[in-house]
Design a protein around this ligand. Sequence first.
Ligand code: FNR
Length: 374
Amino acid sequence: DDMSKLLNLDEIEAVATKKISKKAWSYYYSAGDDLVSKKLNNTVYRQILLRPRVFVDCTNCDTSTTLLGHKVGLPLYVSPAAMARLGHPAGEHGIAQGISSFGALQVISNNASMTPEQIVKDSAPGQIFGWQLYVQNDRLKTEKMVARINGMADKIKFICLTLDAPVPGKREDDERFSEAGADLPVPSATKNEQKAKKKAGPGGVGKQLFAGTAADLTWKATLPWLAKHTNMPIVLKGIQTHEDAYLAAQYAPQVKAIILSNHGGRALDTAPPAVHTLLEIRKYCPEVLSKIEVWVDGGIKRGTDVVKALCLGAKAVGVGRAALYGLGAGGPEGVERTFEILKAEIETCMRLLGVEKVSELGPKYINSRAVERD
Ligand code: FNR
């Protein structure tokens, strides 16, 4: 297949939808209840307008930035998403290979379908990763896994603790089609675990993956416990209100970043898109933006979406489904094409705005009045 013929992320998604199993598609596509948050995640960006300046030299354009002190080629990263091998045998390693030439960051899911060692293998010099944690009821299991990640510090630079899905949302497409394909590809699971997964049967891939995930995490108990087991910076994922953003910033410097996210609309439907939370933070506790890094994800389909989030104060923008669809459409090359398109769109947007560097982006380049609520 000639990936270069695909011109945007919707076209890549359409190709992936045809190629991957119904089970993989329904797991990737699905979201909570009526998909209100999932859809709004994207449409909210359409309502924000850009304010381009003219008569500015835009010969040069530099998309590089730093994340947690590490230099990256793009303010765009791969969000942690489970089960990449469900859509393509190259799996999460294929995603790492696909983005390797961009110097982009990848966050490895707790529920990845390959081991972290397999995923980072053969990555480019300077290519960095984060590892996403779902704390398990069996804390010892989590402590062992965290110790293993601590030992991969040359490649894995932080632990991303996801908080917005202590239980999975009600994902009806996933429930409907969860038996329409091969068994789940689980990494290095024991035979007993494999059997247990197969027996779990209907209910959706999401529900099967969440078995054993702890629902009893708290600010007071969980962060000190985690700090005892790792010196890595902690990134809190799934913040959806200015109150929680403010609280998270109180835990700096160990908490070095938060990710404003509603889990791609897959957890609580009608939870706010990251853009709304970012606007709340700007209004009620703007100091958070300078105390810790604020990253966002959800609904990203265009370079202009990325640039708008950066203008609102985000330091980085994640893509979940786009990476999985890229992989499903064309393996590592499909992921590479996805990032090539987004990078080119980001550059075009920056140039036409009259901006040379990521650090110049700010609120003066957008009009977000149509999405401001209060
Ligand atoms: C996810 N997401 C997710 N998040 C997380 O912290 N751990 C995980 O294991 C997963 N798994 C997962 C699987 C699939 C198939 C999807 C689509 C998403 C959420 C993910 O990190 C991110 O928040 C959203 O995907 C962002 O929205 P978009 O880019 O998919 O619209």
